[in-house]
Design a protein around this ligand. Structure first.
Ligand SMILES: *Cc1c(COP(=O)(O)O)cnc(C)c1O
Length: 395
């Protein structure tokens, strides 16, 4: 098969049935039958390949994972019901009581909750490191550090972590390097090249890309994925065949969609950079981004997310202005998702991160007027006009 991303995303497909379909059928079945007792025994014993029960094996999940492995360059993978199921499975399957997890301070809210609230109940400790101080990272490694977990670009701050630098530290200290590649997708960035052992995706975002289904996966080395597979097989947070079928079809258009998401986000970022009502703007491929050089090194484009801080209103209340801005939008939708065809605007301080104290928010870079835009696939002029217009109206 061709080694080009687009072609691999389209032509990695299940073998055709006798009906010779051009597009993979949906295997909406809970289980699979065996010709005789011996075939059933051998399949259960893993002496013979075959699908058994859709909690852990189904042709649609298989096709989705085969494709994801081809795109990320990984040996193996496991499909999960959501991105969070993949995150949680990677923690539970690969760590035990007494281990230490090292994580970047700005991570997805639910990931932060698992690490701070649930892992300690099982005796797994953690530390958070500051994304913007790479010179301090090595000092956080301990003798019992088992895993390093990061996102890059981070959510919602779009900070960039140097994968090559951190990958080398992980190798030196012999710890599992676990990378959530949700924001970049394998089209823009392949963490495997920098030594990632596990790659996590929330397929709900750009991989579906059309705001329809939840899904996720963990990809990586065979021996590590085996543990994650067994955890999901036994605990049940598996991907449904229908969602797997949707997600595998979606991968066929990932490249063209990501190109447009990135182009639209870049146009928006450049327009906002000139806007006088903006305190700061962050987009990885703008030269003003603090880790611009690292972004250029490890990503082929800047991604679809732009964040900016609005200047305060008349009483310099930036939080208030952030909410006024959202109310003034007409095209962009106000919703919790990202990576959709529709441009989405969120104000993290009053929504996704409202449960943190203001101090905790500032620690992870969530300032009161911070706005996150997930650039959709509409015409770029309409996106820019809506966002710039709402900034005007929120004054
Ligand atoms: C959304 C998201 C997740 C969680 O994925 P779900 O599919 O919603 O469970 C994890 N990591 C990142 C970076 C995300 O944006």
């Amino acid at each position: 098969m061709s080694n080009h991303f687009e072609t691999k995303a389209i032509h990695n497909q299940l073998n055709k049935t006798e009906n010779k379909e051009n597009s993979s059928p949906l295997y909406l079945t809970s289980s699979f039958v065996f010709d005789d007792a011996e075939e059933m025994r051998a399949t259960f014993a893993e002496e013979k390949e075959g699908f058994i029960y859709s909690r852990f094996s189904n042709p649609n999940s298989f096709e989705f994972i085969q494709k994801m492995c081809a795109l990320e360059g990984t040996e193996d993978g496991m499909a999960t019901a959501s991105g969070m199921a993949a995150v949680f499975a990677s923690f539970m399957a690969l760590m035990k009581s007494g281990d230490h997890l090292l994580c970047c301070a700005s991570v997805f809210g639910s990931t932060h909750n698992i690490i701070s609230k649930y892992l300690p109940k099982y005796g797994i400790e953690h530390s958070y490191f500051d994304v913007n101080k790479p010179e301090t990272w090595e000092s956080f490694f301990k003798p019992n550090t088992k895993m390093v977990y990061i996102e890059t670009p981070t959510n919602p701050g779009v900070d960039i972590i140097d994968l090559e630098f951190l990958g080398k530290l992980c190798k030196k200290h012999n710890v599992i390097f676990n990378v959530d590649n949700c924001f970049a997708t394998p089209y823009l960035q392949q963490p495997l090249k920098y030594g990632a052992d596990i790659i996590i995706h929330s397929a709900t975002k750009y991989i579906d890309g059309q705001g329809r289904v939840l899904g996720g996966c963990a990809l990586g080395k065979k021996e590590l994925i085996k543990e994650i597979y067994l955890f999901i097989r036994n605990t049940g947070a598996s991907l449904s065949p229908f969602n797997a079928w949707v997600l595998s079809k979606s991968l066929e258009t990932l490249a063209v969609r990501m190109d447009r998401h990135c182009d639209n986000a870049f146009v928006l970022a450049k327009a906002l950079e000139k806007n006088e009502e903006i305190e700061f703007i962050k987009y990885p491929f703008l030269e003003s981004h603090p880790q611009h050089a690292v972004a250029k090194k490890q990503m082929s484009k800047g991604g679809g997310i732009v964040t900016f801080e609005l200047k305060g209103g008349p009483d310099s209340n930036r939080d208030e202005r952030g909410r006024k801005f959202l109310d003034a939008l007409q095209l962009c939708t106000l919703t919790a998702n990202l990576g959709d065809t529709k441009t989405i605007a969120t104000h993290p301080a009053s929504t996704t991160h409202s449960r943190l104290s203001e101090e905790e928010r500032l620690e992870v870079g969530i300032t009161p007027g911070l706005i996150r835009i997930s650039a959709g696939l509409e015409h770029h002029e309409d996106i820019v006009n809506d966002v710039v217009g709402a900034i005007e109206k929120s004054r």
